[in-house]
Write a protein that binds this ligand. Structure first.
Ligand code: PSV
Ligand code: MN
Length: 426
């Protein structure tokens, strides 16, 4: 669905004066502390967040699914939904495809359709964690790490095919999330499984064009509960380093044991030029995949602090590919994604206004209290006027969540697509 520009203008004009006043207050505060709001907004514009093709429907849990009407029925409609998110927020200019959930029937047509919505294709995602109906060999006991070379070959071939789809769509990267693992001590020879995985990744890497990057996710448990072949950032880093220069680690916020210091992992990986991708979500317990920033907004802020500092001091780290990797059980998926985009934008802006010079000085003097005060000052600043300004300047709406509700978008989607539609995905 494309929103008519007049509707955007009318919506934005409604509280224009109040917004100008709020922005003026914030701008004066920021400029007096040495910040240039325009420069900050330029950097925000570079922070485009990919939306995965599998997160546009209501997912659910292994216990149940509560479908919401008007879900996208095919890839065209998924692109349409991401286009809407981008038009409103101006922060979601990329789409990340999952094969085989979203195989493009005609890549040229799909690419042209995405371009109509000002979208490009970000990292491609393979799937060797499920068996497909027409699949010859089963992944029940693993894929890239399988003991049987013919299963490994099948899994490698699948990944190569995903790269080929990506090539014709203009994507430049491939994400491998490997579910391989074991449920019982002794089930697997742990080091042999790791070795086989490394060999399979090398084959996938060799198939990538020279300007592509490979992102390797890690996850400590689920779907297997005793061991996972790539359980942590250390293993992912090890594999990325051994696989090649253009292989990187990918941090997914939900893929850590409770209370892991994720910002430190981010800092370490960037310092070695190995943070390639980042998946946003939030969690209370494990890989809960809930709305970004809904549980630990301070963690998100600290992560952006490390990203901003790290990329300034480690220019050899590539531009990070950002994506929201969430699953929606109770909320309207599009609203949930808009909320997540808001949380990301706000955390980024708050981290951007940290007084890094003063922080470094306080750190060097071991002045803990001053360091904390500098972070708290940035974190508690209300930067919403800046995020609203960004959206209006770029042609979006200042408050996408309110716009979505006031314009009854879900009802319109239900009218257009039907009440009992189902989207492929998690
Ligand atoms: C599973 O945890 C997961 O969310 C991974 O993080 C992938 O990115 C995604 O599924 C799709 O393969
Ligand atoms: Mn992920």
């Amino acid at each position: 669905m494309k929103i008519h520009p007049d509707d955007i203008t009318t919506f934005n004009q409604a509280d224009e004066n109040q917004r100008a006043e709020d922005l003026d207050f914030l701008t004066r505060r920021l400029t007096s502390s040495g910040h240039d709001p325009d420069k900050i907004l330029d950097r925000l514009s570079d922070l485009q967040i990919a939306i995965p093709s599998w997160a546009l429907g209501s997912g659910g849990t292994r216990f149940g699914r509560f479908p919401i009407g008007g879900q996208p029925r095919n890839l065209d409609e998924k692109i349409e939904d991401v286009g809407l998110l981008h038009q409103l927020s101006q922060m979601a200019g990329n789409i990340s495809l999952h094969i085989p959930w979203d195989i493009p029937d005609d890549t040229e047509r799909i690419k042209a359709l995405a371009a109509e919505y000002h979208l490009t294709f970000d990292a491609m995602n393979s799937n060797t964690f499920q068996d497909q109906p027409d699949q010859k060999l089963s992944y029940k006991f693993g894929s890239l790490s399988h003991t049987d070379p013919s299963v490994r070959k099948q899994a490698v071939e699948h990944n190569k095919q995903v790269i080929d789809y990506g090539k014709s769509l203009g994507s430049k990267s491939m994400t491998v999330w490997l579910a391989d693992g074991s449920n019982h001590p002794g089930q697997t020879n742990l080091s042999a499984a790791l070795k086989r995985t490394g060999d399979s990744l090398a084959e996938i890497y060799a198939h990538m064009p020279a300007d592509w990057s490979l992102f390797i996710e890690y996850k400590p448990f689920e779907p297997y509960f005793y061991s996972t072949v790539i359980p942590d950032w250390g293993t992912s880093y090890l594999l990325a380093s051994e696989t090649g220069e253009r292989a990187y680690s990918l941090v997914d916020l939900g893929h850590h044991l409770p209370n892991t210091n994720i910002e430190q992992i981010v800092a370490t990986l960037i310092s070695r030029g190995k943070l390639g991708g980042f998946h946003f979500n939030d969690s209370k317990y494990a890989d809960d995949d809930i709305t970004v920033g809904s549980i630990k907004p301070y963690q998100l802020f600290l992560i952006f602090m490390e990203i901003i500092q790290g990329t300034a001091t480690s220019p050899h780290n590539p531009d990070i590919a950002y994506m929201i990797d969430a699953s929606h059980n109770l909320k309207d998926p599009l609203l949930d994604l808009l909320e997540s985009l808001d949380a990301i934008g706000l955390a980024f802006l708050k981290a951007s206004i940290i007084d890094f010079e003063a922080l470094s000085d306080a750190q060097n003097r071991n002045d803990i209290s001053r360091s904390s005060a500098i972070l708290q000052d940035a974190f508690h600043t209300d930067v919403r006027p800046l995020l609203r300004e960004y959206r209006v300047r770029k042609g979006g709406v200042h408050d996408p969540i309110r716009f979505y509700a006031e314009h009854n978008i879900r009802e319109q989607l239900i009218r257009n697509r039907g009440k009992n539609t189902l989207a492929t995905g998690l």
